[in-house]
Design a protein around this ligand. Structure first.
Ligand code: MG
Length: 360
C-alpha cells in the first residue's frame, strides 16, 4: 500500500501507512586519510563522503557514498541526487529492483549516490530478515579471500613504514605508474616474500615496456596487474593480455554490468567496486556474470568507512581477489564491521551488512 493515495474526484483521500514509509537522512562526512594518498596522477589527504540512513518500521539501515575526485561526483551532486529521491513511491525496502530502475530513470550517472541508497536498503532489508547478505545470497563465508593492503607511491622511508604496518596481511597491493616502479618493488622484496599485486592506474604508456614489466613482475611473485594502460587503449591492452604471463584486471575501464562483455575482450578479470556499480544489487549480478564469462573477480573499494567496506565484504566469497582495506586507510571510521583475521576477510552472523555505529 502506498502511503498516500488520491481519489479521482475532489479532495484527495489520504491514507497514512507508517509501516510502509521509508525515511531517509543524509549528511556530508569528510574522511581523513592516515597517509597522503599518492597515485600516478594526483595526491590527496581527504576523501569527500556522504553518510545515509534509511529508517523503516523503527529499523535503521546504513549506507555511504565515497567520492574520490576522478569519479566526478561531489558532496553537492550526491546531496542533490538524494534530495530528488521519493522513496514513498515504494511500499518497502525489499523493492530493490524497482528502486534501482527508478534511480536509473532519474540519471545515468550518480553511481556513488545510488550505491549509498542501495547499501542502506541492503542493510535495512537484511536486518528485517534477521540475516546477513552473504547468507541470503547462499554464499559460503569460508570462501572469503584474503584482502590485500595498499602500498602507495611514496619515498623509500614511507614505503618501508607501510610494509611494516602491513605485516598482518598476506597480499600487498603496490601502486605503480612512475619511473621508480622497480625500485618500489625491490624495497618491498627486500623486506618480505608475500605475494604482491600491482595497480598501475593507467600509468603505463608503451605496450612493449608494459610487457617487459609484466615478465619482470612475474619473476617477483606478483599475482596480477590492474589497469596497466589507459582506458581508451583497449586494443593495446588486448595485445598485452595475449602475451602477459600475469592476468590483467580492469578497474577504471569498467563501471557497471553493461561494460563487462566489452572488457572480457581485453582483460582477464574485473575489479568490482560498489561506488562504480551503484551498490550491492548490481555488484552481485556483475560477479555472477563475470564468473560465467570465465573472468577473474576482484572486489575493491574506495577510501570508505567500514560501512561500505563491510557491504562489499558480503560479496567476497564470490571473489578471487579482494582489496578491501579502505576503512584501514582512514582515521575517522564511524562503524565497526567486517574484520580481517590473519589477512583473511571474516564475516559475522550480524544481519544486513554487519555493521555497528561507533559513538563519534
Ligand atoms: Mg585500481
Amino acid at each position: 500500500m502506498m502511503p498516500v493515495s488520491f481519489s479521482a474526484w475532489g479532495e484527495p483521500t489520504r491514507y497514512v501507512n507508517r509501516a510502509g514509509r521509508m525515511t531517509m537522512r543524509f549528511f556530508s562526512y569528510e574522511l581523513q586519510l592516515r597517509h597522503a594518498f599518492n597515485l600516478a596522477k594526483y595526491q590527496r589527504t581527504t576523501t569527500p563522503d556522504v553518510q545515509v540512513e534509511i529508517e523503516y518500521e523503527g529499523v535503521v539501515g546504513y549506507g555511504e557514498a565515497s567520492m574520490p575526485p576522478y569519479l566526478g561526483e561531489t558532496v553537492d551532486s550526491v546531496v542533490a541526487f538524494l534530495s530528488r529521491l521519493d522513496l514513498s513511491r515504494f511500499s518497502s525496502p525489499f523493492a530493490m529492483e524497482e528502486i534501482h530502475e527508478y534511480m536509473d530513470s532519474l540519471s545515468s550517472g550518480d553511481r556513488a549516490a545510488k550505491a549509498a541508497v542501495d547499501i542502506a536498503l541492503h542493510d535495512l532489508s537484511g536486518k528485517l530478515m534477521g540475516q546477513p547478505w552473504h547468507k541470503i545470497w547462499g554464499l559460503d563465508r569460508e570462501k572469503c579471500p584474503c584482502t590485500s593492503f595498499t602500498i602507495g607511491i611514496d619515498t623509500e622511508e614511507v614505503v618501508r613504514q607501510k610494509v611494516d604496518e602491513a605485516s598482518p596481511y598476506r597480499v600487498l597491493k603496490v601502486k605503480m605508474g612512475l619511473d621508480n616502479d622497480k625500485e618500489t618493488v625491490e624495497i618491498i622484496r627486500s623486506m618480505t616474500d608475500v605475494p604482491i599485486c600491482v595497480d598501475v592506474n593507467q600509468g603505463w604508456t608503451d605496450r612493449n615496456q608494459a610487457l617487459e614489466m609484466c615478465h619482470w613482475l612475474a619473476r617477483r611473485n606478483c599475482l596480477f596487474v590492474e589497469q596497466p594502460m589507459a582506458v581508451d587503449r583497449h586494443d593495446d591492452t588486448a595485445w598485452l593480455r595475449e602475451r602477459s604471463p600475469l592476468p590483467l584486471i580492469a578497474d577504471e575501464a569498467l563501471q557497471r554490468i553493461g561494460d563487462v562483455r566489452h572488457i572480457a575482450e581485453a582483460y582477464d578479470g574485473i575489479n568490482i567496486k560498489l561506488m562504480k556499480s551503484t551498490g550491492m544489487h548490481e555488484a552481485y549480478k556483475m560477479a555472477v556474470l563475470a564468473r560465467a564469462l570465465d573472468l577473474k573477480v576482484m572486489l575493491g573499494c574506495m577510501t570508505e568507512t567500514s560501512c561500505a567496506v563491510s557491504a562489499a565484504a558480503q560479496l567476497s566469497p564470490l571473489a578471487d581477489y579482494a582489496d578491501l582495506d579502505g576503512n584501514l586507510l582512514i582515521s575517522n571510521d564511524r562503524f565497526s564491521g567486517m574484520k580481517i583475521v590473519d589477512g583473511k576477510i571474516t564475516l559475522s552472523d550480524m544481519p544486513g551488512i554487519g555493521v555497528t555505529p561507533l559513538s563519534v
